[in-house]
Design a protein. Sequence first.
Length: 112
Amino acid sequence: MSYRSLRFAVLAAPFLLAACGEGYEMVKTDEIFPYGNQRTAGSTYAYVLASLLPERELNLSPISEAQAAEEPPAEAVIQPAPAKEPELEETKDILEELDNDMEQVFEESQRK
């Protein structure tokens, strides 16, 4: 393979691979499941040809004053979680117990 054809193949590969998914859209489904169509926890996503999907409708409805009043402002929704103090004494106790347990297991395995 000449240098020119190799360079063409390397440069054309991303373009050709990008065309593989043309026309597919991701759709959330509760009917099709992976692994032999066995039920898994929750829903899944399927890639469907866009031509097989139902036509989308553009719903432009005005927001009523009641709906606008129900929605809280974005600043009120996002609040940082309060900082939790680390419980160092409990952690130290747990680590000491674990260390003692591991020493006992090691000694028992060495006796056998």
